[in-house]
Write a protein that binds this ligand. Structure first.
Ligand code: DC
Length: 236
């Protein structure tokens, strides 16, 4: 039980949960909403990515659940905000620039099925949400991490549209890629995230659906901010 004063303090915090599949625009959109409303943006995928990076560096076999469970005890992940930007620290070093590769994406999705990894991240995520107004994005935020969130959003887009966006991003970065391969990778990752035993990606009953397939980023931001206005307004 939390002491009464602490509990009251926590109750004043606004927690917004945003879940959805990879490439739906969650982080871009949630980041913009957080900036507009002066909330803290918490990108939980980045935490799993940091753990994935740790396992790659350690040479842990990504199909060895026991090995991952042991190794994760030594991986200290921390989020710090530098000039308003979320930075992920792994054992004291800022790894923000190292966690966006395809190799790390794949590793993150694999380590995310391991219960020891999830329970470590869950504690960290709840801790951040209990002391701040947050907009937190991930896969199990509405279902597991913040089941009492003030607002839950399920943000999605069609596989085709998500693949097209990723393809465009890669081309702009000068990376060689193939649309059909990207589509297949997205489908595979969706499948793994949605069918895993531990905290699968689901749209919970009380989550509001936002399909960004035919929306601009600004339209999606506006839609979500209107929903937040509604719930925050009704709390006052
Ligand atoms: O959102 P992202 O692509 O950065 O997430 C990377 C991987 O981490 C993704 O495949 C699923 C996993 N993840 C998770 O299992 N739970 C979360 N709350 C966030 C991400």
């Amino acid at each position: 039980m939390l002491p009464e004063a602490l509990y009251k303090w926590r109750m004043d915090m606004i927690n917004i949960a945003v879940d959805g599949p990879a490439g739906a625009g969650k982080s871009t959109i949630a980041k913009m909403v957080a900036k507009d409303l002066d909330y803290i943006y918490v990108d939980t995928g980045a935490m799993f990515r940091a753990i994935g990076l740790y396992m790659i560096r350690k040479g842990v076999d990504l199909s060895d659940e026991q090995g991952i469970s042991l190794a994760v005890e030594e991986a200290d992940v921390d989020l710090r905000y530098i000039d308003g930007v979320q930075c992920v620290f792994l054992n004291g070093s800022n790894v923000n620039d190292m966690i966006r590769t395809d190799e790390v994406s794949d590793a993150a999705s694999k380590v995310a099925v391991v219960p020891a990894v999830r329970s470590k991240m869950l504690k960290l995520q709840r801790n951040i949400a209990s002391g701040n107004n947050v907009i937190m994005d991930g896969r199990d935020i509405g279902s597991k991490v913040l089941p009492d969130a003030d607002l839950k959003i399920y943000l999605t887009a069609s596989v085709e549209e998500r693949a097209r966006r990723r393809y465009k991003e890669n081309i702009e970065k000068g990376l060689k890629c193939d649309l059909e391969t990207i589509k297949a990778e997205i489908k595979e990752r969706d499948h793994r995230d949605m069918t895993r035993q531990e905290a699968p990606l689901v749209r919970v009953d009380d989550a509001r659906l936002v399909d960004s397939s035919d929306m601009t980023i600004e339209e999606a931001v506006r839609t979500i901010e209107d929903m937040i206005d509604e719930v925050v307004g009704s709390r006052q």
